[in-house]
Design a protein around this ligand. Structure first.
Ligand code: GLN
Length: 481
């Protein structure tokens, strides 16, 4: 990965220290973000929109540093990027879909409000799989995003634009959303850090819904410390989202020096590349050297997560996307009568993958099939939660690779099922609502090229602080700069 600009080398914490010292200002940082986008994004295509008003905001932030008006603004002057399914007032929120190509947000998502209040400067919106459905960003209605590590490969998805924006050095942090792995999988493919919070930790108000019982927004960053900083800014109770939970009650999981890691051995048979398993075993060795204990565990229901996910998620998708009917939001086609308008608008506005999932979801929820499919999947989900409770009585962290393979080449996973299998380790986390962190555990060789691969740490509900502490120990502290 090239590291020529200051943003690529800097964490948010470093950038802020530079701003305070005055040797590099928010104006410089935002100018550098724009320059990198201009130089690289013609080819990478991480961004769907770039916001010129960021320059004026940067000037104001530079002035604020000069006047020492920095209190309660942990992100003052830091350029960031936001996935385009998150509403920013006055900007287009397309969700990567033709359906919302011309939809302008009329209010800010709660997390956007919080990031702005903390002083962050939003320089642009990032590309994504349509309505967050996909694992490669190939499903965007606005063209693919390339992986900055190797441009013949996908950056992962659905938050592929956010991962690429960070990996190409345009911004030190981007926000993504994760319904089944969409923060963690692209972070793993692009060699960066990704964090999926406990369900309910981060408000979903103003985020275009995919699967409401699964969706969470979180950071993609260069370090775990930065992910922690961002999570602390965006999380917390929101009166506009009744599913948010209070940090005092949920962040009570103990942070210890020596932890017990559980490795679900039989789960690792799920088609994982030999080179990834080798890197994973190496990580286990490092954990042991650091004084942690690593034990084998069984997660028979967790292993069924992918099957349950592809029932629960489409069911929620079919309900959530019913609102895009050509009357209330977005693309509207002319028709002979109301039904005709609905049908044509949806036929023209949605892409193939979105249609596939709406059909699947409608089927599993239909009378006669509901009990056989949706009911069963919810039962599996319940069993998964029980299983986790039992396992977490014995171990502090569950350890898996983040993905079974490194980033693949464009078009290589053209069969939908092969693509779905990339999420085998990430979706059980969303189905059970627990938090998980991914960071690079090493590289694997694919011919001439070295590709990054991530390791996933899964904690019990509210275990964010345990994840951050361990991530800083096992990743941040080993970075050279
Ligand atoms: N790749 C998964 C899917 O296609 C996850 C998507 C997501 O987390 N938004 O459903």
């Amino acid at each position: 990965m090239n590291k020529e600009n200051k943003i690529q080398k800097s964490t948010i914490l470093d950038l802020r220290a530079k701003f305070v010292a005055g040797d590099f200002t928010p104006t410089d940082a935002v100018a550098e973000a724009f320059k990198t986008i201009e130089e690289k994004d013609g080819s990478i295509h991480a961004f769907l929109a770039v916001y010129e008003d960021a320059k004026a905001e940067a000037k104001a932030a530079t002035k604020a540093y000069a006047n020492s008006e920095t209190e309660n603004k942990p992100l003052l002057g830091v350029p960031i990027a936001i996935k385009n399914n998150i509403l920013i007032k006055g900007k287009k929120a397309t969700a990567g879909s033709k359906m919302l190509e011309n939809y302008t947000a009329v209010y800010n998502a709660t997390i956007v409000e919080r990031l702005k209040n903390a002083g962050a400067i939003i320089v642009g919106a990032t590309n994504m799989d349509e309505f967050a459905m996909g694992g490669s960003t190939e499903n965007s209605a606005f063209g693919v995003t390339k992986n900055p590590v190797d441009e013949t490969r996908v950056p992962g998805g659905s938050s592929g634009g956010s991962a690429a924006a960070v990996a190409m050095g345009a911004v030190p942090m981007a926000i993504g959303t994760d319904t089944g792995g969409s923060i963690r999988q692209p972070a793993s493919y692009c060699g960066i850090v990704g964090f999926k919070p406990t369900y309910g930790a981060v408000p979903r108000y103003g985020i275009i819904a995919m699967g409401s019982s699964l969706d969470q927004a979180g950071p993609l960053t260069n370090t775990v410390a930065d992910a922690e900083l961002i999570h602390n800014v965006i999380s917390g109770l929101d009166e506009k989202d009744a599913t948010t939970i209070v940090p005092d009650t949920y962040r009570e999981v103990e942070v210890k020096k020596k932890n017990v890691f559980g490795v679900p051995r039989s789960f690792l048979q799920s088609g994982v590349d030999a080179s990834i398993l080798e890197t994973f075993e190496n990580h286990i060795k490092l954990l042991k050297e650091a004084g942690h204990e690593v034990v084998d565990i069984e997660l028979p229901f967790f292993e069924k997560g992918l099957s349950a996910y592809y029932i629960v998620m489409p069911a929620e998708v079919s309900s959530n996307l019913a609102r895009f009917d050509g009357m209330r939001y977005g693309h509207s086609a002319d028709g002979n009568d109301l039904l005709d308008v609905y049908e044509k608008s949806r036929a023209e506005g949605f892409g193939e993958e979105v249609k596939r999932r709406i059909l699947l979801g409608t089927y599993v929820l239909s009378s006669g099939y509901y009990d056989a499919y949706y009911g069963k999947a919810e039962l599996v989900r319940k069993k998964m939660r029980q299983e986790l409770a039992e396992v977490f009585a014995k171990v502090d962290i569950i350890l898996t690779p983040t993905t079974p393979t490194p980033a693949f080449k464009f078009g290589e996973q053209s069969d939908a099922l092969a693509m779905y299998k990339q999420d085998v380790f990430t979706v059980p986390v969303n189905l059970t609502g627990v938090p998980a962190l991914t960071f690079p555990m090493g590289n694997v060789a694919e011919g001439e090229i070295e590709l990054p691969v991530g390791v996933q740490y899964i904690a019990p509900h509210g275990g964010e602080d345990r994840l951050f502490a361990l991530g800083k120990e096992m990743y941040d502290s080993k970075l050279d700069s």
